[in-house]
Design a protein around this ligand. Sequence first.
Ligand code: GUN
Length: 292
Amino acid sequence: MQRIDGAAVAAKVMDETKVRIAALAARGIRPGLAVVLVGDDPASRAYVRSKDRKAAELGLHSVKHELPADTTQAVLIALVAELNADPAVHGILVQSPPPPQINEAEVVLAIDPRKDVDGFHPVNVAKLAMEDPTGFVPCTPLGCIRLLQETGLETAGKSAVVVGRSMIVGKPMALLLMKRGPGGDATVTVAHSRTQNLAEVTRRADIVIAAIGRPHFLGAEHIREGAVVIDVGINRMEDPQHPKGYRLVGDVDYDAVAAKCAAITPVPGGVGPMTIAMLMSNCVTAAERLNS
Ligand code: GUN
């Protein structure tokens, strides 16, 4: 069994990104990332903080907007318009999910697709579906593909089952896995909460991508001997032994499954660091494109 080291692969992606940042700096360009958080969901706050910190570490121009939970749609859209027009900002990310009064689809639509480093805008979703490389691809699924590639795990011709159909992970993950070329060419099945006999479906997979958002949802009965498992879940599980009162666990019961797997990502230290690394890479791509 191989434990896939997400932190090591993320460090490699960061090193590549630093080289590209230096090339831009030589032209007097400093990539800028704007991260917007509405409300005070603790997990979202933690993500936004680490995105902001990583961007600063890389020497990016990093702006963080923390808006109160009762922010109106109009105020948020106005901020997005301001960021669209700001030449120092190349990438815009509005943390999901926003509070219930916010129409998220409308906010995503307001972001300039050229600055949509999340790859959530319909123009970028369409480009992914059309295999047009000029768009942006959501960071988490992009990170999962990179993890498979860097670990030397073949996807071509393999049976891949994606569990989860979200716009952030499941759907783009399926599109990437079925895409022509390296990291793609898989035979893809998308399973979800209405799938019957889930274990039968996932047991047929050479590659399982778990993106359900429920702690330890997949156990030994879901995984075939010799499968590759990529666990996207980052769930807080109560743990009085832990100083924070909780610990982070994946959508896969790692201890129950690991021995069966050819390779598996841990939580934390698997997909998580890759998401941030791909965000930084997407932001630098945005800066390169906007200055080409
Ligand atoms: N919430 C969970 N993951 C993400 C992400 O990749 N981008 C944004 N904007 N929100 C998220």
